[in-house]
Design a protein around this ligand. Structure first.
Ligand SMILES: C[S@@+](CC[C@H](N)C(=O)[O-])C[C@H]1O[C@@H](n2cnc3c(N)ncnc32)[C@H](O)[C@@H]1O
Length: 285
């Protein structure tokens, strides 16, 4: 059987009881670590924290293994119980649907154990999920590659008065993540896009366009490390958020559309200048 288990967003304790039971009964445990990141994921003993809790060795599955060598995982699942762990919810990233389809075609029983995803956790700021339009991804620009397909999607959302969740790029050089988790090899570290870079790129694209979809006065909400003890949520204009240091990854950004009065009341708790008070309140509760 193949168990696909969501780990939630914070640390190792966020796995569900059902998820933990499944992992403990599995012969092989893989963790996918290139579409997201647990708060302790970049420390040298990131994996051993999980291994201690599960009582099982955890195999780091890089992008190549999941997308090109999935056969290894599926072959194991044909003859034994295998867990495939995903930070957040298993289907918070489109990547894993392919694994499920392939497993089902091979007649492998698949059991999915859900958990919190960043797509839901952003509700903390008060913006209501049914007032969101299409989610977009913002990729890192390079000297020669500056894709802007997110722009039209943001435009469509804003024309309908809807909010836009922007997921920010993660660039993982395959050996780097393992070396960081295991503390063995030396490779170039992975890159996680910050809110500041995302806004810089969004404004660059806006300047090159004839239409005006947003500008530096557009209201947004920036989120860092949602679900962790030190999560940060700040509401403000693009210009205001650009001057804030949101700290360690992961980050994401919401460009607000038309807001309901109740959404405004919640956002007020997170406006620039009030964020410190709010963090203290969160920790106290
Ligand atoms: C593919 S998505 C989310 C995948 C994950 N399986 C989930 O369900 O949340 C990855 C992107 O979501 C955002 N993200 C994920 N976790 C986050 C967190 N805890 N805080 C802020 N942003 C996060 C980042 O922009 C990141 O690049």
């Amino acid at each position: 059987m193949l168990f696909i288990v969501g780990l939630g967003l914070g640390d190792e304790r966020d796995i569900t009881l059902r998820g933990l039971e499944a992992v403990k009964q599995c012969d092989k445990v893989y963790i996918e670590a290139y579409t997201s990141l647990l708060s302790f994921g970049i420390s040298s003993d990131g994996l051993s924290t999980l291994e201690k809790l599960y009582g099982r060795p955890v195999i780091l599955a890089d992008r190549e293994m999941v997308e090109e060598k999935a056969d290894e995982i599926l072959s194991a699942a044909r003859v034994s119980d295998v867990a495939f762990l995903v930070v957040g919810d298993p289907f918070g990233a489109t990547t894993h649907t392919d694994l499920v389809v392939r497993a089902k075609k091979l007649g492998i029983v698949v059991k999915v154990i859900h958990n919190a995803s960043v797509m839901n956790a952003i509700g903390i700021c008060g913006l209501q999920l049914y007032r969101y339009g299409e989610t977009v991804s913002i990729p890192f620009f390079t000297e020669t590659w500056r894709p802007d397909s997110f722009y039209e999607k943001i435009q469509s959302n804003r024309n309908l008065g809807l909010h836009t969740l922007c997921l920010l790029d993660i660039r993982v050089k395959e050996p780097s993540l393992e070396s960081l988790c295991r503390g063995k090899k030396q490779y170039e570290p992975p890159r996680y896009m910050s809110i500041n870079t995302a806004i810089e790129q969004l404004l660059e694209v806006e300047q090159a366009k004839v239409d005006s979809v947003y500008n530096e006065d557009t209201e947004c909400v920036g989120f860092a490390r949602i679900g962790s003890e030190d999560q940060i949520v700040v509401a403000g204009t693009m210009k205001q958020l650009q001057s804030i240091d949101f700290g360690a990854p992961l980050h994401c950004l919401v460009i607000t559309g038309n807001t309901h009065p109740l959404e405004e009341e919640m956002l007020d708790f997170y406006r620039v200048g009030k964020e410190n008070l709010e963090q203290v309140d969160d920790r106290a509760s």
